[in-house]
Design a protein around this ligand. Structure first.
Ligand code: NAD
Length: 505
């Protein structure tokens, strides 16, 4: 079934604008490997124009249009955006799937989460009005103090490719709720920059749904400049945004390597950053579990979104007494995963997002083999599919903690396995990583779950499950997985600055 691909420009100052240098990036469908369209690529010149537009959205009419409008006014726009996205869900979900390769049912679930997230932040925007001028209790009666929460200003929102519209929404919705004006930079694969310059098109991708958000903003008459959308190459559009003197904050989701560059650029102008980075998530499975349920969560945690989740369950740490039985059932479940065109009914595993990522995942698997690990299941391209960047669900055993497969983020459907004897050993293995995003513990022993949850060095811990994510709960990491939190009230606070006013009475 052919999906019409909309042809869009950059979204700047409330309307579509051709990139000043007229550059475009081709879009490759990872299932068919065909070019299905292209999108504009912003350069530093376009970034400048967009930042100016955002700045004037905050100052126009002395800021009363947006930044200092009541939260209720901003909530009205956020709800209108949510309603339009709901209307367009079938189209947006299909675009997400042809763009990234995730099963259609998953893209549909993403769109529901996008709608829910805009609605949630609409409620918080309204609630913000009541929180203004919150009094502070002081020890001296001759003074009184209160707090005003103000939008930070112009914010750059730089996002990755695994959940294009959802990751964008996690930033856009709270930023707009807070009263900021934003420049959203969707992803391409930064690693193919050099190839792009050579006009090679085979590994580039883009994010169609993020551009459709521009059309939604137009339809709801969002005040001009409040949200600008600039797809482009990371080292070009992304780097210009990160170092731009009139950007007040950067919220970034992506790899740890890029985060270091962004922090370095931000440090030159003492700009705040929120960093949501990679992971190497453990799932610790104790001996007292219902094995089938634990296997189901492990499969979900590792293979959902084709394994391309920052908090994916990529290390299984299973008690030695149930390991053989557990792995046996894990393999049986894996055999039943339907790998197909992600638009096909019942698909559970689509292609990896691009050829570049596919090759990276395959390299991890072959390095694991040459380092002495065993490929218990998968490890290849599925034979029944002639095209597309597909990788079988892969389970790797005989892993040591010095192997690359244990230490580095794969970002593909690959699970590595280790067994343990004692609880202490399990926790030590789980924390044996530079990353600290999501971790899971599975046991029927409530006290043990509480104990292990406290000791896991992760920003999120899942008990008897893996990956559920709600826009009401904070999300973010420790260690190399970044700092700051998105979602919930914490997400809103990250776009607000706090001013205290103290009066002599
Ligand atoms: P990436 O770091 O390559 O790119 C992310 C974004 O940064 C893209 O928009 C890219 O264009 C931009 N970028 C690249 N170079 C830049 C530069 N020099 N200056 C400014 N911007 C630049 O990451 P990716 O490959 O798109 O995404 C995969 C990574 O994202 C994985 O490590 C994954 O774990 C992580 N991730 C984290 C979360 C989370 O919530 N913690 C969610 C999704 C993905």
């Amino acid at each position: 079934m052919a999906i019409p691909i909309p042809s869009r420009q950059l979204f700047i100052n409330g309307d579509w604008a051709e990139p000043l240098l007229k550059k475009r990036i081709p879009i490759i469908n990872p299932t068919t490997e065909e070019i299905i369209g292209d999108i504009p690529a912003a350069t530093a010149e376009d970034v400048d124009v967009a930042v100016q537009a955002a700045r004037s959205a905050l100052t126009r009419n002395k800021g009363k249009d947006w930044a200092f409008a009541s939260g209720a006014v901003r909530a009205k726009y956020l709800r209108a955006i949510a309603a339009k996205i709901k209307e367009r869900k079938p189209v947006l979900a299909k675009l997400e799937t042809v763009d990234c390769g995730k099963p259609l049912s998953e893209s549909e679930a993403d769109m529901d989460d996008v709608v829910g997230c805009f609605e949630y932040y609409a409620d918080l925007a309204e609630g913000l009005d009541a929180k203004q001028k919150a009094p502070i209790s002081l020890p001296m009666k001759t003074f009184k103090s209160y707090v005003i929460k103000e939008p930070i200003g112009v914010v750059a929102l730089i996002v990755p490719w695994n959940y294009p519209l959802l990751m964008a929404t996690w930033k856009v919705a709270p930023a707009l709720a807070a009263g900021c004006a934003a420049i959203l930079k969707p992803s391409e694969l930064a690693s193919v920059y050099a190839l792009h310059l050579l006009a090679s098109v085979f590994m580039l991708l883009s994010h169609l749904t993020c551009l459709e958000l521009g059309e939604v903003c137009r339809e709801v008459d969002l005040p001009a400049g409040v949200l600008n959308i600039l797809p482009g190459l990371g080292p070009e559009a992304g780097a210009s945004l990160a170092s731009h003197p009139h950007v007040d904050k950067i919220s970034f989701t992506g790899s740890t390597v890029t985060a270091v560059k962004i922090m370095t650029a931000a440090a030159q102008r003492v700009k705040p950053v929120t960093l949501e980075l990679g992971g190497k998530g453990p799932i610790v499975v104790f001996e007292d579990v219902d094995i089938d349920k634990a296997v189901e969560w492990t499969i979900f945690g590792c293979f959902y979104t084709n394994g391309q989740i920052c908090s994916a369950t990529s290390r299984l740490i299973v008690h030695e007494s149930i390991a053989a039985e557990f792995l046996d059932r894990l393999v049986k479940w894996s055999e039943n995963i339907k790998i197909s065109d992600p638009l096909e009914e019942g698909c559970k595993l689509g292609p990896i997002v691009s050829r570049g990522q596919y090759e990276k995942v395959m390299n991890f698997i072959s390095n694991a083999k040459s380092e002495g690990a065993t490929i218990l299941y998968g490890g290849n391209r599925p034979k029944h599919l002639k095209k597309g960047f597909f990788v079988e669900p892969t389970i790797i055993t005989d892993v040591t903690t010095s192997m690359q497969i244990w230490r580095e983020e794969v970002f593909g459907p690959v699970l590595c396995v280790k067994t343990f004897t004692t609880e202490e050993e399990a926790i030590e293995l789980a924390n044996d990583t530079h990353y600290g995003l999501g971790g899971a513990v599975v046991s029927k022993d409530r006290e043990r779950c509480d104990r292990v949850s406290k000791l896991l060095q992760n920003g999120a811990v899942w008990v008897n499950c893996s990956q559920p994510c709600f826009c009401q709960a904070p999300f973010g990491g420790t260690k190399w997985s970044g700092f700051g939190r998105e979602l919930g009230e914490w997400g809103l606070e990250s776009y607000l600055s706090v001013k205290q006013v103290t009066e002599y009475v």
